[in-house]
Design a protein. Sequence first.
Length: 137
Amino acid sequence: MSVTSPVLKPDILIFGGGIAGLWLINHLQQRGYQCLLLETGTLGGAQTLASQGIIHGGLKYALGGTLSSESEAIAGMPDRWRQAIDGQGPVDLSGLRVLSETQNLWSAGSVASRMTTFFASRMLRGRIEKLKRPDFP
């Protein structure tokens, strides 16, 4: 006796169930697309969990000293997240509890680290300021 499996014919196939994949599937399904999301581990795990919920605008991609296509592509993400947290975005995250309004980049103090911080601060659209020692988290 053979068992027939249903045939899936999604419009879009999404690889990865991290925050980006989950956001994307929500966004596309709201627009009527049939989507299939494939995840090998836990939804919202891996990089999403490792980033501890930090919403950045390309900072980690600009740390090498050059503005990359990756950093440009996500430069507007912090504003999108803020809209969603305010209940104004395509995904309503107004019930979300924000743990911190800022993120901190620590410099190791070496010349290379200081250069990286300098170039990153010039390339990013967000406000970057040096913290005084009493303001360290």
